[in-house]
Ligand binder design. Structure first.
Ligand SMILES: [Fe+2]
Ligand SMILES: [Fe+2]
Length: 145
């Protein structure tokens, strides 16, 4: 397994459960929306942590590139975490318009972020890491999340 294969698949999984949360909140199903949002936020956080704690450090130590693309991705994770917090607040206040607007912003940011990873950073990681334990470690963490 390549180092990034589980993360590739997990992007799709996060997209799907994001759509569930958006749909429930969009039709005013706050109980279902809260549950779906909690599932989504938990999976996204597990995804970010797998990158920040496993993939990025492995890439950085293999290449010596510490303030390059991984630093940019970390900054984008920070921005997306802020949006998640705003969505949680809108959910708590049952503010459908606020939730929907922030969800739209997050969706666009997440799509752009994932595309950069899938097209640029993940291939760089795979070529820098070659056959390593990183993929299995990440798959294990995501499966347990
Ligand atoms: Fe990421
Ligand atoms: Fe990712």
């Amino acid at each position: 397994m390549s180092a990034t294969q589980p993360l590739f698949q997990h992007h799709k999984h996060c997209d799907e459960i994001f759509a569930d949360a958006e749909e429930a909140c969009g039709k005013g199903d706050w109980a279902g929306g809260a549950k779906a949002f909690a599932a989504f936020a938990g999976q996204l956080e597990a995804h970010f942590l797998s990158e920040e704690e496993v993939l990025f450090p492995a890439f950085e130590s293999a290449t010596g590139m510490v303030s390059g693309p991984t630093e940019v991705m970390r900054g984008e994770h920070r921005q997306m975490r802020e949006l998640l917090a705003q969505m949680q607040q809108a959910l708590d206040e049952r503010d459908g318009e606020g939730f929907g607007g922030t969800a739209e912003t997050l969706l666009i940011m997440m799509q752009q972020h994932n595309m950069k990873e899938e097209n640029i950073l993940y291939p760089m990681c795979d070529s820098a890491l070659g056959a390593s334990e990183v993929g299995a470690t990440i798959a294990g963490r995501l499966a347990a999340a």
